[in-house]
Design a protein. Structure first.
Length: 328
């Protein structure tokens, strides 16, 4: 029996049931042309015209990656989708679809999960992708696992391992905004809204990934854990050193203002803050950077210490970014 409108907000997942919730979150949704068979069967069928599929997965755990007293369920859904879609475009691919695994306590309001699904669908639609299937189970906490699929459309994948000495290092997208928003929320504030919302819902430069691949990018990664940490992955995979120039970074005035108010250095947010999902890539020295990309450093041969990332010739003091298992 379906609940009436007055009690809709209080209906739990236990009352709606697994298949009732699936019906609610999939009914009436439009799929892109790449979805040949969407939700409702044992598996989805997604077109892969050139025979290759780019795939990635992220897991978000309540209390670790998001808090529902800081973000709405819709914002959590958008953030979960964005984290995966950014990984796809960082390979130079175009996202096609999302698969979603969800664990939640039976007492979770069904409406919250519907709003979470609204966020997943909304973010997927930004890049023309669809939510094609997934799984739902009970669990002691809200855990969201999202798998994204993408198409290279005939391109070669841009990996972390292609950077070469002499390449230019460039970035596209915002840096430090999510970290600044997290610092604000951690102090009990809800403004400036621009920074707080940057933490709640990142805005990856989706089109810039395929754009960089077409321009000849030799290596690329999205900034999920922090610029220095993620460039460290590129340096190690490529066997090179990366030298950044602090003067190449323009720290937004909003970050400067809130850093001053909180007694924190906004440059630390820019260099080590994660979850903005900007893209950072390396390009051959004679390649013109695509629109929207800004040069921030250069790739060099590894020094005596091996592959590394430095700023103005010096290693960064402190953590280079988020360390998942060092925080617990």
């Amino acid at each position: 029996m379906e609940p009436d409108g007055a009690s809709e907000a209080s209906v739990s997942l236990r009352e709606v049931g697994e298949f009732g919730l699936i019906t609610r979150v999939t009914a009436g949704r439009a799929q892109p042309g790449t979805t040949l068979l969407g939700p409702g069967d044992d598996s989805a069928v997604v077109a892969a015209p050139d025979g290759r599929v780019v795939a990635c997965t992220d897991v978000l755990v309540e209390g670790v990656h998001f808090r529902l007293d800081w973000s709405s369920p819709e914002q959590v859904g958008r953030k979960a989708a964005a984290a995966n879609l950014a990984d796809v475009v960082a390979m130079g691919a175009v996202p096609t679809s999302l698969l979603v695994g969800l664990a939640a306590p039976a007492t979770t309001p069904a409406r919250e999960l519907e709003q979470l699904a609204d966020g997943l669908w909304a973010e997927a639609s930004v890049v023309g992708a669809g939510v094609v299937g997934g799984d739902l189970t009970s669990g002691p906490a809200l855990v969201l696992s999202v798998t994204a699929l993408g198409s290279l459309q005939g391109r070669e994948a841009v990996t972390r391992a292609g950077a070469r000495p002499g390449d230019r290092v460039a970035v596209c997208g915002r840096l430090g905004w999510s970290a600044a928003g997290l610092a604000v929320l951690g102090r009990g504030f809800r403004s400036p809204a621009a920074l707080v919302n940057a933490h709640r819902v990142p805005e990856p430069p989706y089109a810039a990934g395929p754009q960089a691949a077409d321009a000849g990018a030799t290596a690329m990664i999205d900034v999920s854990d922090g610029l220095l940490a993620d460039l460290g992955h590129v340096a190690r995979a490529s066997g090179v050193a990366v030298r950044l120039r602090s003067a190449a970074f323009s720290v937004p005035e909003r970050l400067v203002e809130i850093g001053s108010a909180l007694g924190l250095d906004p440059m630390d947010w820019v260099l080590t803050g994660g979850e903005d999902h900007a893209l950072v890539a390396t390009f051959p020295p004679d390649t013109a950077l695509p629109d929207g990309w800004a040069e921030i450093g250069v790739v060099e041969p590894p020094g005596d210490g091996g592959p590394a990332v430095s700023v103005d010739g010096r290693p960064h003091e402190g953590d280079a970014g988020w360390l998942h298992f060092a925080k617990f």
